[in-house]
Write a protein that binds this ligand. Sequence first.
Ligand code: UD1
Ligand code: F6R
Length: 697
Amino acid sequence: MCGIFGYVNFLVDKSRGEIVDNLLEGLRRLEYRGYDSTGISIDGDNRDETLIIKTPGKVSALKQKVDSMSLNRDTVFENHVGIAHTRWATHGQPEYSNCHPHRSDPNCEFVIIHNGIITNFRELKTLLLSKGMEFESETDSECIAKLFKHVYDTNMKAGIYLDFNELTKQVLYELEGSYGLLVKSSHYPGEICGTRKGSPLLVGVRTDRKLKVDFVDVEFRDSAKDGVISHNTQTQEEMGLLPVTPSESNLRTSQSRAFLSDDGLPMPVEFFLSSDPASVIQHTKKVLFLEDDDIAHIYDGELHIHRAKKSAGESTTRQIQTLEMELNEIMKGPYKHFMQKEIFEQPDSTFNTMRGRLDFENSRVILGGIKSWLPTIRRCRRIIMIACGTSYHSCLATRSIFEELTEIPVSIELASDFLDRRSPVFRDDTCLFVSQSGETADSILALQYCLERGALTVGIVNSVGSSMSRQTHCGVHINAGPEIGVASTKAYTSQYIALVMFALSLSSDSISKSERRKEIIEGLKHIPQQIKTVLSMEDKIKSLCDSNLNDQRSLLLLGRGYQHATALEGALKIKEISYMHSEGVLAGELKHGVLALVDDKLPIIAFATKDSLFPKVVSAIEQVTAREGRPIIICNEGHEVLAGGKALATLHVPLTVDCLQGLLNIIPLQLMSYWLAVNRGVDVDFPRNLAKSVTVE
Ligand code: UD1
Ligand code: F6R
């Protein structure tokens, strides 16, 4: 999905070459999110000259383009603003004119990069066209750049010079939709405004000096008195302002407390603005996450936060936090792809999900994030689990154990369908949001919908600091570490475990369930080691792909009970990464239609691990073999499924507690999808048409 990166240096000398390299490196760190074009904007040799360099394709193509230009790399800037963008096409093809940055006019008076969607862009475009503006792209984003110029010019004509943040506020007033936005302007050299609504944006700060305080005040200014300067006599009188010129310092009255130096002089500082901490942590761990409607205005080495709109009860400061994430956590290590690395990380990531939360000796679970909310949740009348894609499958996989342990009715919802139906939600509902990124637009909209209706909202989220993690009342971080491969793997197993631990916590006061709880906690203890055992089957799985699956066009996966989710998740992994059509089918539904597909050619994978439904799955396999089907069977050692000698292959996975078996059964499918994709020459970490974090509806 689209990514934003901005770099500001103040009293820290940087050559143009260093600035460009910084911007390109920032973009590289955003690559994993998926994109189809890139671009940057920097200052030219004259102070009011702005350059835009952009291209469809990868960051490497942009670098080639930059290298081929005769840019003077040695020019040194004491203060400079650079912005950079990766675009994932929504409005308009991935072609040059649609790449960001977009400009207000050929002189690039205002240059913007934007994530999200401007829903009223058609109306705005009509208005701006009527004012004589000429559009160069099919994007919704371009109208933002044009709007900046229009609002700026209109004010100037009326004799009003606006502070950059005040101008931004006026522009945002006209915009509908969602945005993460950075703007630079030749009218405000060395300054940048960044703002967000429904799309993430954070600011990293790097300085040798110690910050005075670890927060930034939100400046609630009255626009009629502050941030607006008139240089037209009549307007000055009307507004009661002294005649001043635009550059005069009394435009800015406040100083940001965090950036006050002991000697009162401005301090050398660099700022990194980004939609993703992954592109900031190599520079600094000190970051501030913006809230919706915040405007971050950086000038003279200070960060100021203003509000696009003032709403009641909001916090008056923004914390500067220290990010825990390490850069090496987001590198590939010895693996060829992030997806492979993440599959093999699962013994560790599942362990990390449980670490410090499961007391195996006393069979107890302590989830710090929901501990104090448990009594409220226990009293709720139902739990609604809401998610998309793989995260939805983790809900499906654990719904049954949730109901068994908590005796609270649980429904599961795909976020988009939940919103389409405008499903009724009540104050005594608990809505559980499951998401790796914590930024998926459908899930966030569903979260807002539930918040508006007064329900208790709980997050099961991987990304700390993400919108969902911050907007839910409480929740559990799954602690799987950053997931970079577009196909979700380790997040699935960690979500699964977090949800099981959640169900265990909710039932901790039920004596009748204590034996079952003990059994599950004991089972969880062995999961990391058992995953390791399944991972050691990689060679067998690889050769199974080579001998039987690489050339197939279609694949069926059969599962029942707990393994229905495994079948759906396995099918999703295979289709998204290897582009092979695959379908997960509830084994009980086989005879209601799907059986018509079965012949001696269609490969079928059947999950026949030992649980109470085992005899029924065996019977489904018999229905398949009776029609010349040759299934690949995933079962437990000692619980062979003979399939009349017709099985194409059998994969043995270790036995665990029924409700945890899906954690082990999904691993062969993750490996299978990976090798099928590699064998077919697919760019595993960037499958076509997909993005890591789907921040559009
Ligand atoms: C927390 C700390 C962890 C520390 C541990 C020690 C964080 C992120 N975690 O972990 O570093 O080692 O205490 O006791 O600081 N939350 C939501 N929505 C979500 C996810 C989480 O509101 O979707 C909230 C939780 O309610 C909680 C906070 O975020 O208030 C941290 O959650 P979590 O990381 O799960 O808590 P701990 O495991 O206690
Ligand atoms: C599949 C995959 C997607 C995501 C879905 C939700 O491998 O990654 O199906 O699971 O887009 O994303 P999150 O979990 O970030 O809300």
